[in-house]
Every structure is written in structure tokens, then in C-alpha cells.
Design a protein around this ligand. Structure first.
Ligand SMILES: [Zn+2]
Length: 76
């Protein structure tokens, strides 16, 4: 058994769009041949929210103006 699960981002109307940004993510996106694959980087409990780090550029433009709501940033 291993914890890595891959979700094809092209299925379900681009699944990756429903994954929220976090600075302490449990997934990471990998782009392979133009498709986004989401790999779990730690074990995820059923019902647990999937998150990944959107990256600095996206963060500065789209998240920073509203404030980051991720676990790491709200736990201050
Ligand atoms: Zn954050």
C-alpha cells in the first residue's frame, strides 16, 4: 500500500479548481503532458479538505488582497 493517489485534473470539470490554496498543503499539483495531476503528499483522512500551494505568483495576485484563510495563516 502507498498513500499516493492521483486524480486526473481533466475529469469532473477540472477537479483541481475545487482544491483550496494552503501554505500547509496535503497535495501537490504536477503537470504532465498538459494535464494537472494532484498527488497526495501526506495521508488524507476521509472528509478532509484537499489543499495545495498555489504558488507565489497566484498567491500575490489572487489571494493576498483578500487574506489567506489556510490553517497556517489563520493559526496566529
Ligand atoms: Zn496561507
Amino acid at each position: 500500500m502507498n498513500n499516493r493517489k492521483t486524480i486526473d485534473g481533466t475529469q469532473r470539470d477540472n477537479f483541481a479548481r475545487y482544491i483550496n490554496h494552503s501554505h500547509k498543503p496535503n497535495c501537490e499539483p504536477n503537470i504532465v503532458k498538459g494535464r494537472v495531476w494532484i498527488d497526495a503528499i501526506k495521508s488524507i483522512k476521509p472528509g478532509e479538505e484537499l489543499t495545495y500551494d498555489y504558488g507565489d505568483e497566484y498567491f500575490e495576485e489572487h489571494i493576498k488582497p483578500y487574506g489567506c484563510k489556510c490553517v497556517k495563516c489563520t493559526a496566529k
